[in-house]
Design a protein around this ligand. Sequence first.
Ligand SMILES: [Zn+2]
Length: 346
Amino acid sequence: MPHLTSNLEDAVSRRVQSAIKELLENKHLFQSIQIDEKEFDAVMKEAIEFHKIEVARVQPNVKLDGTPYLNNVIENLKKDRDQLLYSNWYFFLESSPPRGAKPVDFKDLPSLQLPSVRVSCVSRQCKGTLQPHNSGFIGLRSHFELQSFDLIRPGQPFQIFSLPYQCQNCKEEPLVFLVKRDNLKLTLVGRSKFPEVSVPSYIPEAQSKFYKNAIIANQTNFVLAAALYLRTVVEQYFYSVIPDEQKKAIAGNPTGDELADLYAKTLPENFPSNFPSLKKAYSDLSVILHSGKENDEVKKDLKGAKAKATKVKAKKTNPKTVVKEVKTAIQKKEPMVIAIAKKGKK
Ligand SMILES: [Zn+2]
């Protein structure tokens, strides 16, 4: 029943292409996209219903539900789905479509066009801005265009693809992604150029290096390192705005918490107390560092935590969430804090 599988083939093809696109556009190094067999339940159900209508048209008195015949059709459709999902996948580039049609009775996933993507380009011309990138690169030697390293493991595909792209704005050097496929899980395992991290202009020049490192560490799942860099951003900022005589009044080197208290005093009196402040951000980051736990470990803790109260507490100290919150506080709220503080001083 080839017509039953053709919709399924389309659905799997579209999903694999969208997974690659999402991986390259939105995921960072060593992050993954997982495709699930269940995602194709609806299209399979639709194919079965359509088949039942077709049969009823020819033989109106035959009821297919529950018959061995229909069960067989369903089983075959599942086999076709698995064949499409667990065969080796192959891609071709926009610049070089495959020659010839696919063979009759070919049940694997047909070769798919590698989708175009919008990703940052770090060339001198593009300066880290998001630019459309087409798959392939004009001027590459043809047999080096797209590589796929496939392990022979029938039914349990393992492949590593190297996927070249060309920025449509500057067309400078190729951007090559490495993508690992383990069964239905796609992981971004490499890229030839690291995406530019843009630092907002209100982050002081002296702290921008640490801010940049914090974002990179966070994107690559080194959450503890991200917390440490962000805390350094905040601490150095404290140092730069607290008047010298106040710092000197503390014997020895002031601790971060002492600095946070002094910083809070630099805010104007009319500063709203419910406003997210760097003092709170600093203490949240310290909690992460003292817990010494990365994101996954906290997730495991959450799974193990039975008491509701413990769960709520654990959720609050999820490092990834705190880093995100602090980043947002610095990005969105703190410029206002800084602006208000400056106003108050005048
Ligand atoms: Zn470019």
